[in-house]
Ligand binder design. Sequence first.
Ligand code: PAF
Length: 281
Amino acid sequence: MRIIEKVCEMQEVADTWRSEREKIAIVPTMGFLHEGHLSLLRTARKLGTKCVITIFVNPTQFAPTEDFESYPRDLRKDIELAAEIGTDAAFVPTIEEMYPEGFQTFVEVTRVTQNLCGASRPIFFRGVATVVSKLFHAVKPHVAVFGQKDFQQLVAVRRMVRDLNMDIEIVGQPIVREKDGLAMSSRNAYLRAEERPVALRLSRSLQLARELVGSGEVSGAAILKTVNDCLTAGGGARVDYAKLCNPDTIEEVQTVEGPTLLALAVWVGKTRLIDNCVLGG
Ligand code: PAF
């Protein structure tokens, strides 16, 4: 697997591949890879003839109060894991390479980013949209694979690609879970042993909501009451949001009639966890 740090080298490799009619698939990540990332890479390998992982902890999507410094990193292990899957290249730029002196251009997706994580983390999606566009310009992919755990991020990236006429297919992949139901996330590494049972309430509450909807419940208030009760029973969790939204616009809805996104963000100790499912689909 080729390891590339410079944008211009990545662009040259991409140009060569494109001239040889290769189909380039990208998986953008912030590293500290887990099975969720590996499943995205496996999908990318199937969709493209050349597969590129990008590993970059992007400072512009973290507020000063957030965990940029402490975000878990293990580049050597990431490279080993990506190579085992048959990834062709890892693009691992430095901060200076991505944001050189004088950098001042940002990409903003304005509406689908207002609610949910955009409300709690106001600079997050501007950072994501900016870095994803930059990664796309470096890697020149035909197809990009993202996880549905970051559902709103996937919607925002799709919107950006459409709005800016980027000729890239965006593919979403289902959430990968631990055996106990916890959605895989690099941030799970922050959880202390005693916090794990509290963290499991996220997937449990999604399951309860699915069961309620399965039994005919359509009232958003009733579903969210069950979800919030499950999340908070026993203490140890602070709900940032638990909302029902239209999965295309990310606007809140009051009833579950047709596919409805149930999105959660919950603080368990110092760890902010997100999870979601689409109800009524
Ligand atoms: O989902 C992530 O890991 C990040 O937000 C992304 C898309 C790699 C941009 O930094």
